[in-house]
Design a protein around this ligand. Structure first.
Ligand code: CA
Length: 231
């Protein structure tokens, strides 16, 4: 197991590194987020321990850029304050876990082992299908440079499609993803909302990304519909 520790407090970084090494774990230290980016880009780490408070770009921005550069190693964030906002922001930016300072080394070590077992999983913070984008953290949707305003249900339905681009999803699967059990009148609600979605994500852009698959359901084209623009 090889761990990257991103922490500017020399004592804290040394403490973590010493503990990990006595557990037989290889550990490198980066003092700045910028250093972490190139180190994680050239070495495959099993886990990255990322402090929020760093000189230069902070831990949040470092995490966002790591994911942006397709580094999918699990990230554990260290937050100094017991701040809910910090933890939420970290998780939304692609972190996998967090630990609030001060922490016990035994807990850090256990969490790192759990994260390493998960392995690197591709999980972009922003979903992109062709030029169609959806950011689950800010609930923003856009195509190309243009923002698209969706109702809560339209958004939920689009998110279900964007998590499985190119796959045919039947009405039942879509209901399961976007509607809760309190919704009783389920007859044609999906068809209605797919129509609404097409009016917003396709028609104004002259594309057709949401395809009807007769007898089965609907599919979001893996290219986001852009290839159909010239048809
Ligand atoms: Ca720090």
């Amino acid at each position: 197991m090889r761990v990257l520790i991103v922490e500017d407090e020399v004592k804290m970084a040394a403490l973590i590194r010493r503990g990990l090494r006595s557990d037989g774990v290889a550990a490198d230290v980066a003092v700045r987020g910028e250093d972490a980016l190139w180190m994680a880009g050239s070495t495959e780490y099993d886990v990255i321990v990322l402090d929020v408070m760093l000189p230069g770009i902070d831990g949040f921005e470092t995490c966002r850029r790591l994911r942006g550069e397709a580094v999918w190693a699990p990230v554990l964030m260290l937050t100094a304050r017991d701040s809910v906002e910090d933890r939420v922001q970290g998780l939304d930016l692609g972190a996998d876990d967090y630990l609030t300072k001060p922490f016990s080394f035994a807990e850090l070590s256990a969490r790192l082992r759990a994260l390493a077992r998960r392995g690197p999983i591709e999980r972009a913070a922003v979903l992109a299908v062709g030029d169609l984008h959806l950011d689950p953290a800010s609930r923003r949707v856009w195509r190309g440079d243009e923002d698209i305003s969706l109702s809560a249900k339209e958004y939920a339905l689009l998110e279900a499609f964007m998590r499985r681009p190119g796959h045919v999803l039947d009405r039942y699967q879509l209901l399961e993803q976007a509607w809760d059990y309190e919704y009783e009148n389920r007859s044609n609600v999906i068809d209605v909302y797919v129509r609404y979605l097409r009016e917003k994500i396709d028609r104004p852009f002259g594309v057709s990304s949401l395809e009807t698959v007769r007898g089965s359901g609907y599919r979001l084209r893996a290219d986001g519909g852009r290839a159909a623009a010239g048809d």
